[in-house]
Ligand binder design. Structure first.
Ligand SMILES: *Cc1c(COP(=O)(O)O)cnc(C)c1O
Length: 398
């Protein structure tokens, strides 16, 4: 229904729609399928040829996808400007599958030091045991990444802004250095969502979403997406099919339904987050608010250049802190329940021991801090809640 000439808000609403395929129904129905039956051996062979050899979106076998999946895949592909998008059962499996699809035994991965910790665990665990070495690099490295490239470096993995520490990365400079050395570049793009940042358009090859977060948007499904350009497509396609990655149609449906309202939700997250961040910055106990949309954030210039908006996730760093004070704050928040994940309509808080796994560039801010997700509530209510909880933080600190 839409196309690459439309603006992002239009692509979010119409991308991947195919009413002819769906008998006129607005939303692609949920196709529950394992077996697909054929009228003849010739038709079966044709379906095999089209699906497996040519990679067409054609009904063949449930694991290979149904129209429910294709709608979401095509919508993300269009918005991110890729060649195709693959689905995985979680955001973490999107990260690990993307890595597996780019390397083999004896290869080397350059991984950003601020990466989501379960992705780091995969590199130190399974990936290492299969003979792939990982080196961690400073998130602020930019074009100096060139000095870390080895002849066997096949993948440079970025996450911008980084998990818990929120440093912005210079993706075009990193992509140029990586490509010169023959490596592909993957980006975990979950914070900005496919609406506010499109890494493929910045020169990267693979854009990963923990679609669990803003794409699903309602805290009720797990899903990962891997959007690829032509250079990355064959490797990722091979990993997805040989690993047997498949996503349930109900989850794909929920993700597509969430995706249709991405632009209105994210603009409200952004508006509320800006108000909360500006208020937090003025608080005497707050040393820094880690949020690249703030004009005095060290990553602000890169954010402004590469992103068209900000989401609702940020970090709070205190001048003085203790685990008990952070617990007192979080335990007395009423509108920010304590929970993992984020990206749903609701606000959340969790303690942050940012940077404790880091090896390339130590994180020197006082920890623990607090990571908050600013939801779609009224920002004045959120600020009032933070204010009373900071009172408990201060009393616990003594
Ligand atoms: C949450 C998250 C993931 C993992 O997503 P799941 O769906 O929970 O597996 C990966 N990367 C980032 C940046 C995340 O925030």
């Amino acid at each position: 229904m839409s196309n690459k000439n439309h603006r992002p808000d239009t692509q979010v609403v119409h991308g991947g729609q195919n009413r002819k395929r769906n008998a006129g129904i607005v939303n692609t129905p949920v196709f529950h399928a394992s077996t697909v039956v054929f009228d003849s051996t010739a038709q079966m062979l044709d379906a095999h040829e089209r699906t497996i050899k040519k990679g067409e979106k054609h009904l063949f076998y449930g694991r290979r996808g149904t129209p429910t999946h294709w709608t979401l895949q095509e919508a993300i592909t269009e918005l991110e400007g890729g060649a195709d998008t693959f689905l995985t059962p979680s955001g973490l499996s999107a990260c690990t599958t993307a890595i597996i699809g780019c390397v083999k035994a004896g290869d080397h991965v350059l991984m950003v030091d601020s990466v989501y910790e379960p992705t780091r665990s995969f590199c130190q665990g399974l990936l290492k045991s299969f003979g792939v070495e990982t080196t961690y690099y400073d998130p602020l490295i930019g074009g100096e990444l060139a000095a870390l490239m080895r002849p066997n470096t096949k993948l440079v993995f970025c996450e911008s802004p980084g998990s818990h520490t929120f440093e912005m990365q210079d993706l075009p400079a990193i992509a140029a250095a990586a490509h010169k050395g023959g490596a592909l570049v993957a980006v975990d793009n979950t914070w900005a969502s496919p609406l506010f940042c499109q890494p493929l358009k910045l020169g990267c090859d693979i854009s990963i979403q923990a679609a669990t977060k803003y794409v699903v948007g309602h805290s009720d499904a797990l899903l990962g997406t891997i959007c690829v350009n032509d250079a990355a497509l064959p490797g990722i396609n091979k990993a997805i099919s040989q690993l047997g990655m498949a996503v349930g149609p109900d989850d794909a449906y929920l993700a597509t339904r969430g995706f249709r309202t991405l632009s209105v939700r994210l603009r409200q997250h952004e508006k509320n987050a800006m108000a909360v961040a500006a208020w937090l910055q003025k608080r005497p106990e707050v040393k820094r608010v880690l949020f690249p949309a703030l004009p005095d954030d060290p990553g602000h210039a890169l954010w402004k250049r590469d992103c068209s908006g900000a989401s609702g996730l940020m970090g709070i760093v205190f001048h003085r802190t203790s685990p008990a004070a952070v617990a007192a704050m979080i335990d007395t928040l009423k509108l920010f329940p304590l929970g993992y994940s984020w990206g749903g309509f609701e606000s959340l808080a969790c303690p942050s021991s940012a940077g404790k796994a880091r090896t390339a560039r130590p994180w020197t801010e006082p920890m623990p801090g607090v990571r908050i997700h600013v939801g779609l509530e009224d920002s004045d209510d959120l600020i009032a809640d933070l204010e009373q909880a900071l009172g408990h933080f201060n009393r616990a600190l003594g």
